[in-house]
Design a binder for this molecule. Structure first.
Ligand code: GTP
Ligand code: MG
Length: 183
């Protein structure tokens, strides 16, 4: 069997930290400067799992800002997993996730055909003390969506700080370990 390559797409509002999360994961670097992503691009990282298997994650960073969004959605197609990103200090970014998720399913051409499509929830910026989205609320969102879609697997929830490099790997490693391309 050939090596696994998984296309992973990061989506969510502008400024939640998608680019920063990927930079921290791939390069272990962080910058306070904000430069909005226009369109989308990918970086591939190979991960070796505990059992020796190798998985390559092709991680797509997309534009969150409304005016650049249309340039990003063209790249959803062919995704094997999707990371729904929000900022734990900004409630609106959490509220918008339902819309991001719907739009993703539509643009990726998945629709209702696959209720088990692997989404992962990722709340960023936990280094900031002014959190407004609780873990409970995040789990509520995950639960609600698995019930509505009739999914057998509940969406996993992660919280991270791209700034401090805390728990940034968790969501990516979860995908590397758990997502399998349907044969
Ligand atoms: P778009 O490309 O517009 O969709 O935004 P984005 O989601 O890629 O956000 P980006 O990674 O560019 O980060 C936005 C701003 O938040 C930048 O100023 C980052 O430095 C800051 N930021 C990102 N992650 C964190 C974090 O974990 N903690 C803190 N305190 N700031 C962060
Ligand atoms: Mg960006």
């Amino acid at each position: 069997m050939g090596k696994q390559l998984l296309k992973v797409v990061l989506i969510g509002d502008g400024g939640v930290g998608k680019t920063s999360l990927r930079n921290q994961f791939i390069h272990r670097r962080f910058t306070n400067a904000y430069k909005a992503t226009i369109g989308a691009d990918f970086i591939t990282k190979e991960i070796e799992l505990e059992d020796g298997k190798r998985v390559s994650l092709q991680i797509w960073d997309t534009a969150g800002q409304e005016r650049f969004q249309s340039l990003g959605i063209a790249f959803y197609r062919g995704a094997d997993a999707c990371v729904l990103c929000y900022d734990v200090t900004n409630y609106l970014t959490f509220e918008h996730l339902a819309k991001w998720r719907r739009e993703f399913l539509k643009q990726a051409g998945i629709g209702d055909s696959n209720p088990d499509f692997p989404f992962v929830l990722l709340g960023n910026k936990i280094d900031i003390d002014e959190r407004v989205v609780s873990r409970r609320q995040a789990r509520g969102f995950a639960q609600e969506h698995s019930i509505v879609t009739g999914s057998k697997v509940e969406m996993p929830c992660f919280e991270a700080s791209a700034k401090d490099g805390i728990h940034v790997e968790d969501a990516f490693l979860y995908i590397a370990k758990n997502v399998r391309i349907p044969q």
